[in-house]
Design a protein around this ligand. Structure first.
Ligand SMILES: [Fe+2]
Ligand SMILES: [Fe+2]
Length: 268
């Protein structure tokens, strides 16, 4: 697996007739590479899920434009307002005059505080509201862990896609286009390492509560698991198993002090 030297856009991957992933790889000094994904849903009402890193704006915009004319976009699903998800929102809204942002009350408020986006073009979703997009139903999902309280994943009933926002993200040895390239041990270590940084409260979580949350996701029986920070996956059971085994037992030792410091320097 090649090493990353700088953040870069990877080739877009068509997942099925409707979904395409726009992946990027972001090197984290001393820790490997973090995937940073956006997703495109084609159809009667095309939707973009998250807007990527501002530092890769031209590349992300080029990748998006190769998949769909941005003018055709009708929706932008904003998982949360972190920089790696909202980085190109203004640019894409400008290029996509028919698009409206899907977020919740807190997400809209944080966009306003940051001066990002346009409140006139936001559709604020009520808790639990099911969204109909181009004839398919998207059910809101609160991921099992997250780093911003407005975080809003979804379950696409048509293609049985679970979008888990930051959850199930993993630090990987280098840029990866297919999760099959990653061994089970590497995936486990990368998943635990990243989630320990992104959601440090997992180390204090009640084991049974975490187990119930993960089991509820498994019962959805998704065919595909989309994470903002993992190549597209199929096996929710394996991902949930790694998380369940790592947390609920007390503090994890998976992340070294040096690793935490290096990550903090990058992500602050
Ligand atoms: Fe985040
Ligand atoms: Fe993220």
């Amino acid at each position: 697996m090649p090493q990353d030297t700088a953040p870069h856009q990877q080739a877009a991957q068509r997942i099925n007739d409707h979904w395409t992933v726009l992946p990027t790889s972001f090197p984290v000094p001393g820790m490997g590479s973090l995937p940073v994904n956006a997703f495109v849903l084609a159809g009667a009402e095309p939707m973009l899920v998250d807007t990527g890193l501002a530092m890769l704006s031209d590349d992300l915009f080029g990748a998006l434009s190769a998949v769909i004319d941005p003018e055709e976009l009708r929706w932008i699903w904003l998982s949360h307002t972190d920089a790696d998800h909202i980085g190109n929102l203004d640019r894409i809204l400008q290029a996509a005059p028919k698009a409206r942002v899907l977020t919740n009350f807190l997400g809209a408020g944080k966009m306003g505080m940051m001066g990002v986006g346009d409140i006139e073009r936001v559709r604020v979703l009520a808790p639990g509201e099911v969204v109909e997009i181009g004839g398919r139903r998207l059910r809101q999902v609160r991921p099992p862990y997250y780093d911003a309280p407005e975080t809003m994943g979804f379950f696409d009933e048509t293609d049985r896609v679970l979008f888990a926002a930051d959850a199930f993200g993993a630090l990987l040895p280098g840029p990866v286009s297919d999760i099959a390239e990653v061994s089970e041990a590497t995936l486990r270590d990368g998943l635990v390492g990243w989630s320990s940084i992104d959601a440090p409260w997992l180390a204090q979580i009640d084991r049974d509560a975490l187990g119930r949350t993960l089991s509820a996701l498994e019962r959805m029986d998704p065919a595909l698991v989309f994470s903002g920070h993992l190549p597209v996956a199929q096996d929710i059971g394996a991902l949930a198993g790694h998380v369940a085994a790592a947390y609920g037992h007390g503090a994890t030792a998976a992340v070294t002090a040096e690793g935490k410091a290096a990550a903090a320097a990058v992500f602050e």
